[in-house]
Design a protein around this ligand. Structure first.
Ligand SMILES: Nc1ncnc2c1ncn2[C@@H]1O[C@H](COP(=O)(O)OP(=O)(O)O)[C@@H](O)[C@H]1O
Ligand SMILES: [Mg+2]
Length: 132
């Protein structure tokens, strides 16, 4: 249901599934992959293979402020934009966005939870429409 101009802010701890979620989104939108953890690249554009909007995948982890996100000059109007670690940065860019919070269950023993990080497990995903 996403259209050009839509922006999603993904929030959740390391390993919550933000990049995995973005991969699924890329597949559904029909954009060129692969979607990777943008460790060294702050923003990557995945063009559509089906004549739809491109997917812009941003990792805001290393960005100090919303102004730096603005400096990237993202083509917000014509793309679907996903920002990992972008909470608190969207409001200066757009009027409305989707806030997506992903929680991974943590057991009483945290180390055990870390070991199992890659194994398929349920996530709790809360999607909220934010803005005007
Ligand atoms: N339900 C799930 N949703 C998303 N990721 C999951 C799920 N279950 C297990 N995983 C695993 O958790 C890891 C999430 O990693 P990643 O998407 O890179 O997280 P993040 O980008 O939030 O740091 C992946 O190894 C993925 O296979
Ligand atoms: Mg990630």
């Amino acid at each position: 249901m996403l259209r050009a101009g839509d922006l999603l802010v993904l929030t959740g701890p390391l390993g919550a599934g933000k990049t995995t979620f973005t991969r699924g989104l890329a597949e559904s939108l029909g954009v060129r992959g692969p979607v990777q953890s943008p460790t060294f690249v702050i923003a990557r554009t995945h063009p559509s293979l089906v004549g739809g909007p491109a997917l812009v995948h941003v990792d805001a982890y290393r960005l100090g402020a919303a102004a730096e996100l603005d400096d990237l000059d993202l083509d917000l109007e014509r793309s679907v934009v996903v920002v990992e670690w972008g909470r608190g940065m969207a409001d200066s860019l757009v009027d409305q966005w989707w806030d997506v919070e992903i929680e991974r269950p943590v057991g009483a023993d945290e180390s055990l939870a870390d070991e199992d990080l890659d194994a398929d497990a349920p996530r709790v995903v809360t999607v909220r429409r934010v803005g005007a």
